[in-house]
Design a protein around this ligand. Structure first.
Ligand SMILES: Cc1cc2nc3c(=O)[nH]c(=O)nc-3n(C[C@H](O)[C@H](O)[C@H](O)COP(=O)(O)OP(=O)(O)OC[C@H]3O[C@@H](n4cnc5c(N)ncnc54)[C@H](O)[C@@H]3O)c2cc1C
Length: 390
């Protein structure tokens, strides 16, 4: 056993080993330096792209690997289990799913091969807004059709990687809320060419956050986007996004599993080596039991991630499993981070051990891309048949 939870009988053992090999070129010092400067991991993203990993889910006919969410999850898990962070680029894997499933053949031929080769980056997903938060269908950004263009006005927040992406998939309201039967209708998915847009109706303001995440606020002021950039049918954008959201939850859950493994590997080896009161601290049950409990929780969550990914790849409904995978994996990684910090004692707070960095990074997943409460509400309402609470 090398990395905690890794065994030779692992599914996709070769793929996982290759990802870990690539990650060896990006050690803790690489991520620490970027974290200190809040800089984008350009070299890492480039290396992943060149190795073909960013094109995992793109079908072979469009130049990708034609693999499933199961393989994509294995890749992201290993990046995180190696101490890295795929937050800089993971969105590219799942955003393109909306384009693939609902885009026109012309759009697919135009964009997917370039995304697969790395010539174009589709890493920005424009959904969240400052005043509507988790209540997505209430979003206020509008796209009003005027002959050959959509005129876009409004504001988005927490739009990650907007400065490092050539394209953004934007969710905007094309039919006012009071003119639709269901609040999920009247929203459209539109591709925005970021290079064209910036300075011509789009302003990007970076937000400095507790971890290095390249997230931003966007301001739209009469931005013109050609109508041919609409993905699928007008008004159906929310429905199109749902598939991508399940993929997003599964893949981010896989990253949490990787984080959990990394924390527990670090915690276990430190607890074996650190001698206090004349014996390794890990000999004390007060130190080893929390590590063992967190390990059990990471492994249990991992099964749910694998089940959700399997269902997704079989094109079966997986909303409940994707949500449970995200919930359990985010809890398990957070528990593991806490355990690692406690095991390292004072040293856990020193930047050079990377524990505090990963601790900050994994905390995000209790809130984004969907907060824990909203997952619980989903399960209560849609799986357990309890009354809607909001
Ligand atoms: C670093 C970062 C990166 C992000 N990247 C992106 C991105 O690339 N694209 C994008 O579109 N968005 C992105 N997001 C936004 C993210 O998806 C939202 O932050 C998240 O959905 C929660 O929305 P909110 O922050 O507005 O919280 P709110 O909706 O205001 O909720 C605040 C708190 O109240 C709780 N709450 C709200 N309503 C209820 C209820 N009815 N019952 C119980 N509890 C409730 C929530 O669980 C949460 O804990 C990112 C966020 C962060 C922090």
């Amino acid at each position: 056993m090398g990395i905690v939870g890794q065994s030779t009988t692992e599914t996709h053992a070769d793929l996982r080993a290759a990802v870990r090999e690539l990650c060896r070129n990006f050690p803790g010092s690489y991520w620490r330096e970027l974290d200190a400067q809040r800089a984008y991991p350009e070299a890492f993203v480039q290396a992943l792209t060149e190795a073909g990993y960013m094109a995992t889910l793109i079908p072979e006919e469009y130049g990708g690997a034609g693999l499933g969410v199961t393989e994509a999850a294995a890749i992201l898990e290993e990046i995180h289990a190696s101490g890295g962070n795929a937050g800089a680029c993971h969105a590219q894997m799942y955003i393109m799913g909306t384009l693939l499933r609902h885009g026109s053949e012309k759009q697919k031929r135009e964009y997917l091969p370039k995304i697969a080769s790395g010539a174009l980056r589709l890493q920005a997903f424009g959904v969240s807004e400052p005043n509507t938060g988790s209540d997505t269908t209430q979003l206020k950004t509008t796209a009003v059709r005027q002959r050959t263009v959509y005129l876009i006005n409004g504001q988005k927040i927490w739009i990650s990687r907007a400065e490092h992406s050539d394209l953004m998939l934007l969710l905007a309201r094309t039919t006012p809320l009071d003119q639709v039967k269901k609040r999920t209708e009247g929203l459209s998915a539109i591709l925005v060419d970021m290079k064209q847009a910036v300075g011509r109706g789009l302003r990007i303001r970076p937000i400095r956050t507790m971890m290095n995440h390249a997230t931003t606020e966007l301001f739209f002021d009469n931005l013109e986007v050609p109508v041919e950039n609409l993905v699928g049918e007008e008004g159906q954008g929310f429905r199109y996004l749902l598939d991508s959201l399940n993929a997003e939850r599964i893949l981010i859950a896989a990253e949490c599993i990787g984080d959990g493994r990394w924390f527990l590997e670090r915690a276990s080896s430190y607890a074996r080596e650190r001698v206090i009161f004349g014996r390794p601290i890990g000999q004390n049950q007060g130190v080893q039991f929390p590590i063992a409990r967190a390990y059990a929780n990471v492994q249990a969550a991992r099964l749910m991630v694998s089940r959700a990914a399997g269902l997704f790849d079989e094109h079966k409904p997986c909303g409940a499993e994707a949500n449970m995978a995200k919930l359990l994996a985010a809890d398990a990684s957070w528990e593991s981070g806490n355990v690692a910090l406690q095991t390292f004692g004072g040293f856990g707070f020193a930047e050079e051990y990377d524990i505090e960095r990963k601790f900050r990074e994994t905390r995000l997943y209790q809130v984004a891309p969907i907060s824990t409460n909203l997952i619980l509400s989903y399960l209560a309402e849609h799986v357990l048949g309890l009354p809607r609470s909001y």
